[in-house]
Design a protein around this ligand. Sequence first.
Ligand SMILES: [Zn+2]
Length: 289
Amino acid sequence: MTLQNVYPWIQEAHREGYAIAAFNANTMEQMQAIVLGAQAENAPVIIQVSHRALQYVGSGSEIRGLQYMAALGQVAAASVDVPVSLHLDHANENEVLQAIALGFTSVMFDGDYLPFAENIATTKRLCAIAHDAGVCMEAEIGEVPKPDGAAYDPNEIALTTPDEAETFVQATGIDILAIALGSVHGLKDKSVSLDLARLQAIRARVETPLVLHGSSGVNNEDIAEGIKHGLAKINIATQLGKAFTGAVREVLAADGELVDPRKYLGPGRAAQVEAVRERIRFVGAAGKA
Ligand SMILES: [Zn+2]
């Protein structure tokens, strides 16, 4: 299929109490593993590209990175017959506009560096542009600490308040809202709990489907409970990297003479397909394409 706007599937998931998985891709093999895993589970899926992935793929140029990922995403989506969306994660204004022009079907504007009123104004403006192009718009209120950010104090993270969430959604018209419930980007182990009472308070005030960032570090029970209470897009990155790299490490450890990259990237990709399938089943999206 061509790249799809996955918002109708997110809405359906939200209504029915499951979630759509959004997987980060940093390389071609990772992108292939995402669509192959989704195909195997007959699930709609979101390929997600971070700012740091753009810098990596574009050898330091975010725009070159966007061009690469847009082209790869189109080929990846066309290679399967389940709905695939290409999403730009945590982007600035210029990147959002470039991504829409290049055919991304979903974008997230991250205005957390802006004062609240300015964040609302910019998000609203970009949201109108996204909707004109048939693109799904995500934005975030509250703080999910970033892996390359400053050290954080778990007790000092700015979690999303129901008031802010309601004001922000009503003022901007966004399709999906990322909220901060205590998760952190980039954690390697499932050591964090979610503030589920806060989620329920937000859910009571906001009808918009909600997004969990940093799910790799959150225990499974809390993710499952969160999905029941309105989390309809679950972002997954570090767990995939663990599966991919674990397989590569095993192959290289077993053969010190190996030089052909296909001989270790192939097993990495295969291991990630299984990790993608496991998470798709976990969020309840298997069979929903
Ligand atoms: Zn994020």
